[in-house]
Design a binder for this molecule. Structure first.
Ligand code: PHE
Length: 444
């Protein structure tokens, strides 16, 4: 049987952007920016995307396209070593762990999307969220969201993932632009903009290590790095692609959506409330839902706007969750000869259980969605980089160059050097700091 592949180059780029654009952009990014010094944080974040994110993305692309395999099969085949295969398998497991919490949040969003049609949470947004966040109904909506995810993945690479993301991504951008244009033109929105994008250099100076750590974690999560999603997606590519160009395009589009989301959230909150109040001021997982829901309840045509807003987030979450499920599906299909159907259904059954445990246990959910995921992604990407730098070495350059223009070719050696040296060191340092923080030791 021939292995599946993308139909078009644009299809691949949109699928990869679909994976990248998700809750990380719309939910986490605006809050991280606002909490860490506004546009000063944005500058650090953009630098990390450019210097760590894009080279990391290229490293995953190189592994995937060269091997035409899932992460575990890729590292094993390219090196002939079972230990490297185990590093790839770690990515496959990370995909399952990620989906187990992501699907719970996806379920919340699905619920808000449906409830927006009737505005049923408009009267008491805070109490509404507390009633649904964890427990039996959270399990129900997690299962529904997971079902949608599995349905798309069942369709396969071309007819499922590619077709779906080709519709979802343009829809997300158009709706977000419309919502942002509306939000920034509301009276009082200016205060939100200055809160969001205020350049607080003093904050950055005083908290440099924390800000860099936060920006690094966010950069990996938002570009879907360290799990093997990008290895898997690139494994469905032919060799006529300029990988560097595709990587840069994906990073730019992904960042643009994050910034746009912030232009919706903060102007809306400030225009409605005049300041950040209640849950929004404290952040936390429910903050977005409660504050935004509260704001929608107070503006004219709030139901319509809420349907659009939660619709956008639901699409973004779905185009990411399919990329998480595709990793273990590709693994079972490539390595164990499973059919796509049985692999998808079997894995959906597993995540149905693991996700339900998260949906019933707030403490576990918080641990998995925060520190555990940060650690797994950082360790995973460090492993992939060392593999590309030291095992593939100069062979990686051939992959980087094929289909590339002269400009990107000349960057190849610098890329390989950074993949060998400073990037893994940077990630290992972040990993160590994260581990120490988890153990309660403060270094700075
Ligand atoms: N990038 C996605 C987001 O921002 C999350 C993700 C991480 C998806 C890792 C796949 C792999 O929401």
């Amino acid at each position: 049987m021939t292995r599946e592949s993308w139909h078009t180059r644009v299809g691949f780029i949109l699928a990869a952007v679909g994976s990248a654009v998700g809750l990380g952009n719309i939910w986490r990014f605006p809050w991280m920016t606002a909490e860490n010094g506004g546009s000063a944080f944005l500058v650090v974040y953009l630098a990390i995307i450019l210097l760590v994110g894009v080279p990391g993305l290229l490293a995953e692309f190189v592994i995937g396209r060269r091997s035409q395999r899932n992460p575990a099969g890729a590292l094993y085949r390219l090196s002939g070593s079972k230990s490297w295969g185990a590093v790839g398998l770690f990515g496959v497991v990370t995909g399952i762990v990620l989906l187990s919490f992501y699907s719970v949040v996806g379920g919340w969003i699905l619920r808000y999307f449906l409830a927006s049609f009737t505005g049923s949470y408009f009267g008491s947004p805070g109490a509404y969220f507390e009633a649904i966040d964890f427990g039996a109904s959270a399990v129900g909506y997690h299962v529904a969201f997971l079902g949608l995810t599995a349905l798309i993945v069942l369709g396969g690479v071309r007819d499922g993932i590619e077709k779906a993301t080709k519709v979802m991504m343009p829809a997300i951008v158009v709706l977000l632009v419309a919502l942002a244009a509306w939000a920034v033109s509301q009276p009082g929105a200016g205060a939100g903009l200055s809160f969001y994008l205020d350049f607080d250099a003093a904050y950055l100076q005083d908290n440099f290590a924390d800000v860099v750590g936060a920006a690094a974690g966010q950069a990996l999560f938002t570009l879907s790095l360290g799990v093997g999603t990008m290895i898997t997606y690139a494994s469905y590519l032919g060799d006529d692609h300029d990988l560097a160009f595709d990587g840069a395009a994906i990073a730019v589009l992904n960042t643009g959506v994050g910034v746009l989301a912030g232009l919706v959230v903060f102007p809306l909150l400030f225009a409605t409330f005049g300041e950040l109040t209640g849950p929004a001021a404290g952040g936390g997982p429910g903050a977005l839902f409660v504050s935004i829901a509260g704001a929608f309840s107070q503006v004219p045509f709030g139901e319509v706007l809420a349907v659009l807003f939660f619709g956008v987030i639901a699409l973004a979450a779905l185009s990411s969750s399919i990329s998480m499920l595709e990793i273990p599906v590709a693994y079972l299909v490539d390595e164990h000869g499973a059919s796509r159907r049985s692999a998808t259904l079997g894995l959906a059954g597993l995540v149905l259980l693991t996700g339900s445990v998260n949906a019933l246990n707030p403490g576990l959910f918080t641990f998995v969605s925060g520190p555990l995921v940060d650690l797994m992604l950082t360790a995973g990407l460090a492993g992939f980089l060392v593999f590309v730098g030291w095992v593939l070495g100069r062979d990686a350059l051939a992959e980087f160059d094929s289909g590339a223009g002269r400009a990107t070719k000349s960057l190849g050696p610098a890329w390989l050097w950074s993949v060998r040296t400073i990037l893994p060191l940077f990630l290992l340092a972040t990993l160590a700091l994260n581990l120490l923080a988890l153990a309660g030791v403060s270094v700075f």
